[in-house]
Write a protein that binds this ligand. Structure first.
Ligand code: ATP
Ligand code: MG
Ligand code: FE
Length: 333
């Protein structure tokens, strides 16, 4: 079985060929970050235009790198939500046209399910499974009793973790997206500012990051008014310490309430070294029976291989779409 995956929900145009839901034959990712940097964030209209320009080249390159012909393909899987409507529509239209022209079944994929299934390239997934999905637009704990079954047991009440990283990065004068650079700086400073750990002691599995963001902005603003410059390293370390402690503590708590065989950490923020290290350590200490799976760095961010992998399980359950498939910008589990 060969699935062509297509992803265009935000600022990466990506096309992949995945064999049997396990082996990545190609995974082309055309990033638009440079075009959005001067605006300090993703500009939806600019994103759509880039997707239009890139999508056919990405499809051709994915087939070429995989050394696969169109006639060898089994199906086309495409992200139809959540994401930017104009961006999603480019991938969805391309997938529909490709499926129609080549007489292939069309598999609609939820982008967040894709992030979770990125873990299957590291290790076979076993259920029940708990996933912490942390990305630019989402922060949620998802319980899966079996393949393609999703129950959200906790989520952010305001900002997503990645969004908080990027907003704080902007205040620090870092280029968009700030997450990766804050992560680098965080290994060089001290947790001097002891930012709040929101909802840590509340009896639920939800998150909140807007209070942390405000605390950071106030600290920075007050220092500037006094004419002081704070250490970028200490700011980054303090911010990251708060985010990571809350994410890890709540995830461990969730896994104790919902015993599972595997714990997956997925999404763009799963690339965070501080989060990866702390999660590894706490899972070893507190959940010795649970397998922790975190996708390799290049599979944490948006890519089409993860969409093809999620498409593979949907395909096995015969969950197909007609050519009437539309983009669903606010799709949830
Ligand atoms: P969603 O998946 O919710 O639709 P998205 O697709 O835009 O949103 P992703 O591409 O999954 O988000 O992740 C991008 C986010 O990951 C950005 O906010 C970015 O700053 C963050 N990120 C990437 N690397 C790191 C890192 N090392 N540390 C912290 N955050 C990071
Ligand atoms: Mg992105
Ligand atoms: Fe994403």
């Amino acid at each position: 079985e060969l699935i062509l995956g297509i992803e265009s929900s935000c600022d990466e145009t990506s096309v992949a060929v995945v064999k049997d839901g396990k082996t990545i034959l190609s995974n082309i990712v055309a990033s638009q970050i440079k075009s959005h940097q001067r605006f300090g964030g993703v500009v939806p209209e600019v994103a759509s235009r880039h997707h239009v320009e890139q999508i056919t080249y990405c499809i051709e390159e994915a087939l070429q790198v995989a050394e696969v012909r169109k006639t060898d393909l089994t199906a086309v899987a495409v992200t139809y939500g959540p994401g930017l409507v104009g961006a999603l529509l480019i991938g969805v239209q391309a997938a529909k046209a490709f499926a129609w022209a080549n007489q292939l079944p069309l598999i609609p994929v939820n982008h967040m399910a894709g992030h979770i299934y990125a873990a299957c390239f590291e290790q076979d997934l076993q259920f029940p499974l708990l996933a912490l999905v942390v990305s630019g637009g989402h922060t949620e704990l998802v319980y899966m009793k079996e393949d393609a079954s999703y129950k959200v047991i906790g989520e952010t009440r305001d900002d997503a973790a990645g969004e908080a990283y990027d907003k704080v990065g902007r205040v620090m004068g870092l280029s968009y997206p700030g997450g990766k650079e804050i992560d680098r700086l965080a290994h060089l400073g001290e947790d001097r500012y002891q930012f709040p750990r929101a909802m840590l002691h509340e009896d639920n599995l939800d998150f909140s990051f807007s209070g942390l963001k405000s605390a950071f902005i106030n600290l920075d603003h007050n220092a500037k008014q006094r004419g002081e410059t704070l250490s970028q390293e200490d700011l980054a370390t303090s911010f990251q310490a708060s985010v990571v402690e809350v994410l890890v503590t709540k995830t461990i708590r969730a896994a104790k309430n919902y015993p599972v065989k595997q714990l997956v950490v997925a999404g763009g923020v799963a690339a965070n070294q501080g989060l990866r290290e702390m999660m590894q350590q706490k899972v070893e200490e507190q959940l010795p029976e649970t397998d922790l799976i975190i996708p390799s760095l290049r599979l944490c961010g948006d890519n089409a291989a993860m969409i093809a992998a999620a498409g593979h399980v949907e395909f096995a359950q015969n969950k197909l779409a007609s050519l009437g498939l539309n983009a669903c910008p606010s799709l949830s589990f």
